[in-house]
Design a protein around this ligand. Structure first.
Ligand SMILES: NC(=O)c1ccc[n+]([C@@H]2O[C@H](COP(=O)([O-])OP(=O)(O)OC[C@H]3O[C@@H](n4cnc5c(N)ncnc54)[C@H](O)[C@@H]3O)[C@@H](O)[C@H]2O)c1
Length: 258
């Protein structure tokens, strides 16, 4: 097959969790440009509806869903509704995620569990639901959105539950890849560095510490833009990465090099 054709994703169906905004929405748009129909399960249903309407203008079919990735019943309904409309699940992007900044010695069990439930258990539940369909078909591609925080400890903000959850996502990616290769399901992860989204905006705006601690240590001297993940997600979702599984690609402008 021609190399460029291997990036095409026509007649595929991708679920992108948490794609009402931010990195998920940008990755969903990138996949749509490659031809994939897009399902947007998000706890923010209004945002999911708006994102789905915007992405459908790229010429693909879209479906917003009100889904809580931490809730097994809600995730089951996500898979059922996707299959009812699109017949199969080819691609899953486990993107929904949250962060809490709190010193480790003060963090309540509730705050700890909230992050672990969304960032780690949510990835487990959605992957399981998708894999059970993929294994009945021709396989598929699962892409887990980890973070450079799975490798390093961010500074100065304390975020123990987030860092722990993202390290868990990197190891979960390897475990899923090893277990599901026999079903022709590839599982990889993307570990972004500091990206400009609503998640980071509230810390970046009017905060002089951010330049010193977030931007200056980046060899490329800038935060990433959400659209800079689009090529990577299409690569991992498509046949162009057919021999890659269990791998985490770091996109951080070089932050973790020092
Ligand atoms: N922005 C960054 O700098 C950065 C860096 C590395 C990794 N990441 C990761 O990328 C992913 C997206 O980050 P973002 O910056 O776009 O965040 P964001 O806050 O802009 O978007 C997250 C989305 O997830 C949804 N969501 C939250 N909890 C949910 C739940 N329980 N069920 C379903 N949906 C839920 C939100 O409604 C929102 O639409 C996250 O996993 C995040 O950890 C972000």
């Amino acid at each position: 097959m021609n190399t460029l054709n291997k990036f095409k994703l026509e007649n595929k169906t991708a679920i992108v969790t948490g794609a009402a905004r931010g990195l998920g929405k940008a990755m969903a748009a990138g996949l749509a440009e490659a031809g994939t129909n897009i399902v947007i399960p998000d706890i923010n249903y209004k945002g999911a509806q708006e994102a789905a309407a915007e992405i459908s203008e790229l010429g693909v079919d879209t479906m917003p869903l009100e889904t809580d990735v931490t809730d097994e019943h809600s995730v089951k309904k996500m898979a059922e509704k996707t299959l009812k409309k699109f017949d199969k699940i080819d691609i899953l992007i486990n993107n929904a995620g949250i962060v809490v900044h709190e010193p480790a010695e003060e963090m309540s069990k509730k705050d700890w569990e909230e992050v672990i439930n969304v960032n780690l258990t949510g990835v487990f539940l959605c992957s399981q639901a998708a894999a059970n369909n993929m294994k009945e078909n021709d396989g598929g591609s699962i892409i887990n959105i980890a973070s450079m925080s799975g490798y390093i400890v961010n500074f100065p903000q304390p975020q123990i539950s987030y860092n722990t959850s993202k390290a868990g996502v990197i190891q979960m990616t390897k475990s899923q890849a090893a277990e599901w290769a026999k079903y022709n399901i590839r599982v990889n992860a993307i570990a972004p560095g500091y990206m400009k989204t609503d998640m980071t905006k509230k810390y970046v705006d009017n905060n002089p510490e951010v330049k010193e601690h977030w931007i200056d240590p980046i060899p490329m001297k800038r935060m990433g833009k959400p659209e800079e993940l689009q090529g990577t997600v299409v690569y991992l979702a498509s046949q162009s990465s057919s021999y890659m599984t269990g791998h985490t690609l770091v996109l951080d402008g070089g932050y973790t090099l020092y």
